[in-house]
Design a binder for this molecule. Structure first.
Ligand SMILES: [Zn+2]
Length: 146
């Protein structure tokens, strides 16, 4: 029979003891993964990644497409860059932002499949759709190549 004394566990559970070196090392080993999912755990950052999966964007493109302040977009881009998910290259006075690695698209598609399996239907990675469907994105008439 369960006792009600376990209620506190659902509250603020204290951090694991840090003198346990093994589990500390384990935590450090998982740090990049935690950073990855933390970075992906934000709707605005996911939206930015969606846009970047369609091609390079300048900050001004993202503010335009997302309707967000430049400072907001820049802060999110900095987070995504620190986690190694996006990179930028200089072009004129601006920076062109893009996905750091194509593997990110596979992860977003995996997330779509997972969400589908759990009963939600979302489109995290628009690249396959835009390739098939064509012109319904805000990028259709804006993004020039070369
Ligand atoms: Zn866009």
């Amino acid at each position: 029979m369960p006792t009600p004394s376990d209620d506190r566990n659902s509250d603020d559970s204290p951090a694991p003891a840090l003198d346990d070196l093994e589990s500390t090392a384990e935590l450090h080993a998982l740090g990049p993964a935690a950073c990855l999912f933390k970075s992906l755990g934000d709707e605005t950052r996911l939206t930015i990644l969606q846009h970047l999966s369609l091609g390079e964007h300048r900050v001004v493109d993202l503010t335009d497409h997302l309707g967000l302040a430049q400072s907001t977009v820049s802060a999110h881009l900095a987070c995504l860059r620190d986690c190694g998910l996006v990179v930028s290259r200089p072009k004129g006075r601006a920076s062109m932002w893009s996905l750091a690695v194509p593997e990110l698209l596979a992860l977003l598609r995996s997330a779509e499949l997972l969400l589908e399996a759990t009963g939600d239907s979302v489109t995290l990675c628009p690249t396959h759709e835009s390739t098939i469907a064509g012109a319904t994105s805000p990028h259709a008439d804006r993004e020039e190549r070369g």
